[in-house]
Unconditional design. Sequence first.
Length: 188
Amino acid sequence: MATADISGKNVAFLFTDGVEQIEVTSPWQAVQDAGGRPVLVAPGPGPLQGFKGTDKADTFDVDVVLADADPADYDALVLPGGVINADYLRVESAAVDFARAFFAAHKPVASICHGPWLLIEAGAVDGRRLTSYHTLATDLRNAGAHWVDEEVVVDQGLVTSRSPKDLAAFNAKLLEETAEGPHGGQAD
């Protein structure tokens, strides 16, 4: 299967404890396989606890603490899910500001499962077509999004998917949008 070449591109993965592990490891590997450099950005120094559903899984070492992270250093942003992770990040003002900066710079953002909760707080979903884990549909619609139940949705550089079962399509679109670079319609 042909894949997009993102050689030389840095991709920030923003998450914290409670992340759904496969929603990190699968896109992380896809970014590496396509020549990109994934970087774990987190609110604290870690290590961070991943989960497989409700069971503890592996831990992850943090590359850059959010307070030291500059969105200008990255070509794209990935927001994995996991209920605990996503719920924490959406009330972390530095995380909201970090995500918002990618939209302001028209850079690709890819968010899966519960990750779009942060997009609501960043003011990035109004008028956008996207998907997520089904339990976020009402939250996203209330924030002005056009929520659809599809494997992967791309809207001007914003890539969203529903759950780990959609990772193959999510990863492909993440790489494609990152290879394309900034999208003029990504922000108002």
